[in-house]
Design a protein around this ligand. Structure first.
Ligand code: CA
Length: 219
């Protein structure tokens, strides 16, 4: 089982990450400052570090610089509210493996974690199929009967989420959490709207409505 260190000082985000990652089968530990982040990341106990940049003690960039200066090769995914280009460039220069800007969707984070933890030489699925619909998870493209269909990033993520859980009912709340992350308004009907887009763009019978609960990939 992979172990993930979460360096995040906002309790709401730390608990959102912990809950989601544990239900995805990872072991997690949370630290809430940059000093502990650097120290724990060097312990050898973790396979991946999710690093917030705005941390007390020392900020995430300083923690990252310290880790890499000591030759620590642990995979690091940086989370940041700052989407300014200089921060991104600095983070990548200092050796972050990947970046996500808050608010991020949980499925996108999971996809990046899977990519970072993927063992070399081991085959992992790069496509998902349901009926006539195929998603290419590497190129992020969708085809219906071999014909390419344009999906937005959000539409793709929603289709991917449903297709990763065939036959399983996913509630609106689960889909909001996984596809829209923390950015959503809980009363929003955005899920229903996007399900409509997918039915129109892909196939009308791809997704079943489960009344009062949510949606399920048709099997
Ligand atoms: Ca923070």
């Amino acid at each position: 089982m992979n172990r993930i260190l979460i360096a995040e000082d906002e309790p709401r985000i730390a608990s959102f990450l912990t809950k989601g990652l544990r239900s995805a089968g990872y072991m997690t530990t949370v630290v809430d400052n940059g000093v502990d982040a650097a120290a724990c990341a060097r312990s050898g106990d973790f396979d991946l570090l999710i690093l917030d940049l705005g941390l007390p003690g020392q900020d995430g960039l300083a923690a990252l610089a310290q880790l890499r200066a000591r030759g620590e090769r642990l995979a690091v995914i940086v989370l940041t509210a700052r989407d300014a280009v200089p921060d991104r460039v600095t983070g990548l220069d200092l050796g972050a493996d990947d970046y996500l800007t808050k608010p991020f969707s949980f499925e996108e984070l999971l996809a990046r974690i899977r990519a970072r933890l993927r063992e070399p030489g081991r085959d992992t699925p790069t496509t998902l199929c349901a009926g006539k619909v195929t998603l290419d998870l590497v190129r992020r493209t969708a085809t219906v009967d071999g014909r390419q269909v344009e999906l937005t990033a959000r539409e793709f993520l929603l289709a991917e989420t449903l297709m990763r859980h065939p036959g399983q009912v996913l509630s609106r709340e689960q889909l909001l959490d996984r596809v829209w992350g923390l950015a959503h308004d809980p009363g929003s009907n955005v899920v229903d709207v996007y399900i409509g887009y997918l039915r129109r763009k892909l196939t009308p019978d791809l997704i079943n409505t489960v009344r009062g609960i949510g949606y399920r990939l048709a099997t």
